[in-house]
Write a protein that binds this ligand. Structure first.
Ligand code: SF4
Length: 276
């Protein structure tokens, strides 16, 4: 089978940076108790590798042994979690993506109440919420705007992997409702370029496999992008999940991958498809 690879896919610069920090910590802190706070990235093979390097993944500061080394995930942590880690004498190695740090700074320093466009419960959204000093509203869909009073001006902050179309639609809706705002658009171009690479395959392939973890918001967004452009698509974690019956009759298949999927996992999936 002929495989066309998306022009841009796989590890983004933020995840690459976090992963190389894991390797540095592993090399430089031998003999110390090592943790990653939260999932380093939403990808099981990345998590497995991190575990094989001797890191425990924790989700609560209270689970960290005092005096240990804690690497903060790319999606960041809330201010209160950071304070609790410091109180336990942890040495914090911060792998939070700089774009997420920027959103946290905006949240922390905002002199206006905030509307945060973001996926509710996503670790990055939670980390940005955790920097709030003012009242804020998390808006994922138009229905969430029902909670937002239009009697004041807001700062709009945007989750880095938020879909551009949804962002534009929500801004239009704020205008329609007469809600005043100033906007700081921090949508990460890494995610946008991956979606553009999916659109570029329109007419070239009937089906795109997106290699990524089911928990990865940006991997799921790539599948949606394919569907929105009339291309069949499914999300698979690895080569083992590729089902011949899904693609029977096709001569050419597209492959893309979320920004937390390692290159070797992508390469294996491509080889498997080429062998079919
Ligand atoms: S997708 Fe963008 S914002 Fe998110 S970790 Fe990667 S580079 Fe950073």
């Amino acid at each position: 089978m002929k495989v066309i690879k998306a022009e841009e896919m796989g590890f983004c610069i933020g995840v690459k940076r976090a992963f190389s920090m894991v390797e540095n910590v592993r090399a430089n802190y031998q003999g110390r108790k090592l943790y990653v706070y939260g999932d380093l990235a939403h990808n099981q093979s990345v998590m497995d590798r991190v575990a094989s390097y001797g890191f425990d993944t924790v989700y609560h500061a209270s689970d960290v042994e005092p005096g240990s080394v804690v690497l903060v995930r790319a999606h960041g942590i809330s201010d209160s979690e950071r304070k609790e880690l410091e109180a336990r004498g942890s040495e914090i190695i911060d792998a939070t993506c700089p774009l997420v740090l920027k959103n946290q700074d905006l949240m922390r320093s905002s002199e206006l109440d905030v509307i945060l466009f973001g996926i509710k419960g996503h670790s990055e959204t939670v980390a940005v919420e955790g920097a709030a000093r003012r009242k804020y509203y998390v808006v994922q869909d138009v229905s969430d705007l029902a909670e937002v009073p239009n009697d004041r001006k807001y700062r709009v902050i945007v989750q880095t992997t938020f879909e551009t179309r949804r962002y534009e639609m929500l801004l239009e809706e704020l205008d329609r409702r007469g809600i005043l705002y100033i906007v700081s658009n921090s949508i990460c171009m890494a995610s946008e370029r991956r979606r553009a690479s999916i659109r570029a395959m329109k007419g070239l392939v009937p089906y795109i496999y997106v290699i990524g973890d089911p928990r990865s918001a940006n991997s799921n967004a790539l599948v949606k992008e394919a569907f929105d452009n009339g291309i069949g698509s499914s999300l698979v974690e690895s080569a083992d999940d590729i089902r011949v019956e899904d693609i029977r009759g096709y001569e050419t298949i597209g492959v893309s991958a979320g920004s937390s999927t390692p290159d070797d996992v992508i390469d294996k999936a491509v080889r498997r498809l080429e062998e079919i």
